[in-house]
Write a protein that binds this ligand. Structure first.
Ligand code: 9MR
Length: 563
């Protein structure tokens, strides 16, 4: 008799590396033996005992762990526990993350605004150009004598922010920052990755070509007369779930803000040093970005209180704007990031006082609303060229990061899904798959690079296993990957293209008991509060900042573990 396939088996749906840890989880309690069988022959290749039950810290859920790290032979297998049934098949193989890595970067190409997406690069996801953004209006909140309200500027290209079609500087700067950090941390790897985009034939790595698509747009968001940067380029309200070419609402640039201007300054300073060796394809951009960064930083020094507040803005100016706010209560972390990147790029001591003043007391996971972690990562990364005081600030940032990683590992042996991530109800909120799971995974990778302690690398892999299937919903949270992945992400490009499969390679936001979208979720247990339906923007959207963190995370693992 053939026992039925049972989806209570949860594991990384991409499979396992031959020589790394291999763990599956059963989403219920049994005891006794499990068997790993070869798919074709049904032959038992490994047997072991399931763990003691592990209890969730915030739900009634109990799991058992199925460890089979000693099985190191490449092949295709399934798990079988007599009283439960069989699992779906999985592979043990090399280069586990190479196609996911490429797809995660390629997703940015698919997200490009203002250009036709060609079949040569995107296959069936080709589409005509939309949102040229060559005639963008100055919103009254952004008007000056030189650029009066309703006058026009050109601000093309860039990536669409997320499921919506707007372009927001805060989130763009953050995304560019984490992707540039990926390049700076793994330059050889990044140079070896080609993802077939229109620029692939040039001498510059595809990762940087893709980043340039967005940097070029960002440069056009700086007011040439004073150096301040518009907070966003947006329609007054969100468009419907329609194609780019069907969008008719006017597009505006909205008032300058200190957070947008500083995120711009930071990412431009970082980009300036990263692009310097690629003058052949990008002549003069390095200097141009540095000048833009310095001007932006100076504007921010003169307007430290220019925090974007959409409600206040709407009380004073028309048309009212209801799209993404990316509001912030403080710009000290943005000052810290911008000053750090400007210091690293220029060596100019004038920036050190801000770095000293704003250095936090602990490591802070970088998210769009708090960018300190990007600065801390840059300080750590550039330790060798930092002198005296800056060098010791870098050392303390390194210690803070290791302390953070260690704090995540306390009690991890008893984690119900055998990962540091996902053990606390606080791990689940809007965008948590990136802002917490991927982010923490990256912190483990940093701790590994700083210490060479393999425990950190293993835990980085475990949190990736979590995202790719070893979790409470059984989803592999990346479109187009795994046997159960999101089919209906909140993504206008995917919803309107008439193609059944979503655009591939995108990480979705993840479980979020806050359910701000008002959808009917199957459960409000924190790690189960996820629903794969189009309207669920609070659990099932995609976004460039989330994608940027995820791309860093999967590419860094690929770079570290590929043979
Ligand atoms: O990623 C943002 C998340 O941290 C916030 O909690 C949420 C509500 O303000 O907004 C998210 O960003 C959205 C943005 O405002 C508009 N584009 C879609 C973004 C992802 O949902």
């Amino acid at each position: 008799i053939n026992p039925p396939v049972n989806e209570l088996y949860r594991f990384n749906q991409l499979g396992f590396y031959p020589s790394e840890e291999k763990i599956a989880v059963l989403d219920t309690v049994v005891s006794g033996p499990f068997y790993i069988k070869e798919l074709n022959s049904g032959k038992v290749v490994y047997e072991g005992l399931v763990s003691q039950p592990r209890l969730s810290a915030f739900s009634e859920k109990e799991t058992v762990v199925i460890p089979f790290s000693q099985l190191r032979t490449k092949g295709t297998y399934f798990i079988e526990i007599p009283e439960v049934g069989k699992s779906l098949p999985f592979e043990i193989k090399d280069s586990l993350f190479s196609s996911l890595s490429k797809a995660s970067l390629k997703a940015f190409y698919l997200q490009r605004s203002g250009t036709a997406i060609e079949a040569e690069f995107a296959g069936k996801w080709e589409r005509p150009a939309g949102h040229p953004d060559t005639l963008v209006r100055i919103h009254p909140s952004a008007a000056t004598a030189v650029r009066p309200a309703e006058s026009l500027i050109s601000s093309p290209k860039g990536w669409y922010d997320a499921g919506d079609y707007n372009k927001y500087i805060v989130n763009s700067g953050f995304t560019v920052g984490i992707l540039l950090s990926l390049y700076e941390d793994y330059p050889q790897y990044a140079q070896s990755v080609s993802v077939q985009i229109p620029e692939s034939a040039n001498q510059t790595p595809d990762l940087l070509d893709e980043i340039w698509w967005n940097l070029e747009w960002m440069l056009s968001m700086q007011d040439p007369s004073d150096g301040g940067v518009y907070h966003k380029l947006t329609t007054p309200s969100f468009e419907g779930m329609i194609k780019p070419t069907e969008c008719k609402q006017p597009r505006y640039v909205i008032e300058k803000s200190v957070t947008a201007t500083l995120d711009f300054a930071a990412s431009m300073a970082q980009a300036s040093r990263v692009f310097a060796p690629f003058e052949k394809d990008y002549p003069e951009v390095s200097q141009k970005m540095l000048q833009a960064s310095i001007r932006a930083f100076n504007w921010a020094l003169q307007h430290p209180d220019a925090l974007y507040n959409q409600r206040k803005m709407n009380a004073n100016f028309k048309p009212a704007v209801s799209t993404g706010g990316y509001e912030d209560r403080s710009a000290t972390d943005e000052f810290f990031w911008a000053a750090t990147e400007l210091y690293i790029t220029t060596g100019n001591d004038k920036y050190t006082s801000y770095v000293k003043e704003y250095l936090p007391e602990s490591f802070i996971l970088p998210v769009w609303g708090n960018v300190s972690g990007l600065a801390q990562m840059s300080l750590i990364r550039h330790r060798d060229k930092l002198e005296k005081e800056m060098g010791s600030l870098s050392d303390s940032a390194g210690k803070q990061l290791i302390n953070y990683a260690d704090s995540c590992l306390a009690g991890v042996e008893l984690a119900p899904y055998a990962a540091a991530y996902g053990r606390s109800s606080k791990d689940f909120f809007w965008g948590c798959n990136s802002d917490k799971a991927s982010n923490q995974g990256i912190a483990f990778l940093y701790a590994y690079r700083l210490t060479n302690d393999r425990r950190y690398l293993t835990n980085a892999l475990h949190s990736m296993d979590y995202l790719l299937g070893r979790n409470a919903t059984g989803y592999c949270y990346v479109t187009g990957f795994g046997h159960k992945s999101p089919l209906n992400p909140h993504h206008r490009l995917a919803a309107s293209d008439g193609i059944d499969e979503p655009l591939p390679g995108f990480l979705v936001g993840g479980p979020n008991p806050g359910k701000q979208d008002g959808c009917e979720y199957p459960s409000l247990v924190p790690d189960e509060a996820y629903i794969d339906i189009l309207p669920s923007y609070a659990s099932n959207e995609i976004a460039i900042n989330w994608q940027g963190m995820f791309t860093y995370y999967v590419m860094a693992l690929d770079a570290t573990l590929r043979d």
